[in-house]
Design a binder for this molecule. Sequence first.
Ligand SMILES: Nc1nc2c(ncn2[C@@H]2O[C@H](COP(=O)(O)OP(=O)(O)OP(=O)(O)O)[C@@H](O)[C@H]2O)c(=O)[nH]1
Ligand SMILES: [Mg+2]
Length: 319
Amino acid sequence: MDEIVEKVIAGDVRTVARLIRDIDDGMPGVRGVLKALYPHTGNAYVVGVTGSPGVGKSTLVDQMVAHLRKRGKTVGVLAVDPTSPFSGGAILGDRVRMQRHSMDSGVFIRSLATRGHFGGLTQSTRSAVDVLDAMGKDYILVETVGVGQDEVDVMKTAHTTVITLVPGMGDDIQAIKAGILEVGDIFVINKADREGVDRTVNDLQMMLEMDRRGGDRDGWKPPILETRAVFDVGIDELLDQICEHANFLTGRFGALGFRRNEAHVRGELQELVKNRLVEKVLDRLLSTGAFDRAVKAVVDGETDPYSACDSLLLQEESG
Ligand SMILES: Nc1nc2c(ncn2[C@@H]2O[C@H](COP(=O)(O)OP(=O)(O)OP(=O)(O)O)[C@@H](O)[C@H]2O)c(=O)[nH]1
Ligand SMILES: [Mg+2]
């Protein structure tokens, strides 16, 4: 294990790749490594990029990587895609799109497809971010598809969350309002070469103003930027705004202290405890067959799920 830790810290690509795959697969053995890596984390700046499918997130991320490299920064990229069971189309596309960085040792790109095992996406993303952080990457860009609750949770891992939209998404903006606007630190209207940019900016501005709850953002006013990622337009401005937001956070939480701040740690710890408990209890109930018997009892109409849950937990406590 010490060897793995040393190799990660030394930036060994193969070790990091294997570790991230193990995290993705939910291998319990990674916990020990993550514990040992934790003291080596806290130095990277994490940027989340989210938005509906096809808005240009990967194109944007690819350009951000290029610009960050020009600024002398090393970059890790995590493409989080729970919707593709294996390495589906989107991720394959991302790989091709970002291939130009594949020979650059200052860039490390991986995808996560976790789903279905305890701990879930948020925890594996956090762990993978920690690994890239320990590996020494200056910036970590996390791309997530979609705008559901999962994504909102994943985004809480990031220092700065960039929400990507495209012109003419007025109705979409309405649809995604719940939750997502609150986590957006920077809004990007990509594909600004298309019609309807001004309207989208206006719609968004209005919604942000309506949505802004007093003090919720501690005085940060999320900017709305226009990009044309595929033409490499607007990327420097985006990075500048990310730096602005980083300065803002530093002013509030101290140097990159955000992921160590109390509310953040509380959330993370709560989730770890919850996941571990669920994992432990379910494992036991499954291994004794009690869980399957309870399922059958509900299916057969002998009991209801609430009573079944009560008696399972009772058995668990007394066992
Ligand atoms: N016109 C125009 N097309 C763009 C722009 N940026 C990206 N695209 C195109 O939009 C398509 C989708 O881009 P991706 O970067 O794969 O989008 P994505 O959001 O990562 O997609 P998923 O990961 O599948 O959700 C590609 O064909 C891009 O070339 C832009 O600024 N203008
Ligand atoms: Mg993509």
